[in-house]
Design a protein around this ligand. Sequence first.
Ligand code: NDP
Length: 306
Amino acid sequence: MRIVFSATGMKAAPWLAGLREALPGAEVLEWQPGAPPADYGVVWAPPQAFIDEQPGLKALFNLGAGVDALLRLALPPGLQVVRLDDAGMAVQMAEFVCHALIRHFRELDAYERDIEAGTWSYRKPRDRAECPVGIMGLGVLGARVAQAVQQFEFPVRGWSRSPRALPGVECFAGADQLDAFLAGTRVLVCLLPLTSETENILNQRTLSRLLPGAFLINVARGAHLVEADLLALLDSGQMAGAALDVFRTEPLPAGHPFWTHPRITVTPHTSARTLREATIVQVAAKLQALERGEPIAGVVETKRGY
Ligand code: NDP
């Protein structure tokens, strides 16, 4: 069995070594133009030439949960695309979102500014019942975040494409229930995949339906958000702030207003990182299952885009 690896922005050597160790019978190569045809691809944002030169692939393993970049390539019909299923990302996402939520809810930025100014002062405690958290996307990551947020006793709501039932979560589904979901949400967390249905979904129309003083946490993809609409809602005072981990252009360009906006916190697409060891274990197990003809989890429905 031959495996080719191509991951833009990642050092190949430790991945190759890890895959060789996990799959001792396999030949594992870093892809170069003209590389021999392989059975499986392990990739992150590969070039189109990789796809074009590997027509015999049985499956393509994506080194992340989001497959939007991969699905933008021209893939042969029927090629099986497999996404990462958690592999250590869900707990990272849960801690990141809880941190952003609590930092906002407990006004920790304001306390930090007070402390810098040498001021010892108290703010009135807020009522968490007045701060319902709405999670868009109740998949592998969204469901884990919903569970974590509940631990802090915030009311939790969720929105998905098809109806879901999660303990303790008020669930909404489909375009018909989007407005009802938004209307009861004060802190909105975006954990949707980027598809033709969800691009630009965080816009003036949707964000202005949130409860007054809303806070946005976008940890999904930058193209979910219409940036100018968020800025207008913050500047008008309708929304309180945002924690943004993902951007339309990454790295966030110098001089972009998000860098210095007093009510926006920026992080460099780091909320849930691909963890090499856990990922290799998962990819190797799925690849072996496919070789045995067994079904695996995380196969992307390319038509729906996730
Ligand atoms: P999943 O595919 O497991 O879950 C996606 C969820 O979104 C599902 O609940 C799905 O609904 C819902 N959904 C999809 N389309 C729609 C729609 N049109 N309307 C309503 N709901 C919709 O994905 P993950 O939870 O694993 O990951 C989510 C995204 O997080 C990834 O696609 C990726 O872009 C992003 N991500 C960001 C990272 C970062 O570091 N910032 C790291 C990892 C991922 P249903 O349940 O009905 O299928």
